[in-house]
Design a protein around this ligand. Structure first.
Ligand code: CUA
Length: 184
């Protein structure tokens, strides 16, 4: 689903880009029939266009590069080995994990469920920024795929209020650098 949304966004962004280029090329040709006053206004408009293009163009490219690539590219970056699988179950008020040691640079598949009420399974990096999350629901197993690119101690915290000790639903994941490679 995420992949489809991502691809549709890319196509739409490309269309907008083509539209801009088309208008920019087209608008260059008509300046000769403009009266001097209109010419001045036209030149101002052209300057404004390039100013906006130069300001927003690079920031758009920067944003595109910085967008999370997990959905589309994680699989091609990860090696051919099967994903590391971790089963996670939420309880009032703790997490039960089938493992806590993860290798960086290799796909992890979390299979997340709950034994009682709805919880939120949120993974935070060492800067306490959220890197991935999925709902933990009784009766369902939701899968969450993520490739950790940096080693370190990550935290799992509950993202949905689930009772008086909700705030204490914290677990830790130990992400280690891949064996035989340099530490990341
Ligand atoms: Cu579990 Cu909040």
């Amino acid at each position: 689903m995420q992949e489809i949304a991502w691809q549709i966004s890319l196509v739409l962004m490309a269309l907008v880009g083509f539209g801009f280029t088309f208008v920019a090329l087209k608008s260059g040709r008509r300046c000769e029939d403009y009266t001097p006053l209109q010419k001045k206004a036209y030149r101002l408009r052209l300057k404004l266009f390039w100013l906006l293009a130069l300001v927003f163009g690079p920031s758009m490219i920067y944003t595109l590069i910085k967008l999370p690539y997990d959905a589309t590219f994680a699989k091609s970056n990860a090696d051919a080995r099967p994903p590391q699988v971790i089963s996670a179950t939420g309880y009032q008020w703790y997490w039960k994990l089938s493992g806590t040691e993860i290798e960086a640079g290799r796909l992890v598949e979390f299979r997340v469920t709950s034994a009682d009420v709805n919880h939120g399974f949120g993974i935070y990096n060492t800067d306490m920024k959220i890197v991935a999350q999925v709902q933990a629901m009784p009766g369902y197993t939701n899968t969450l795929q993520h490739t950790f690119d940096k080693a370190g101690t990550y935290k799992i915290m509950c993202l949905e209020y689930c009772g008086t000790v909700h705030h204490a639903m914290v677990a830790e994941l130990n992400v280690v650098a891949p064996e035989g490679r340099n530490k990341i």
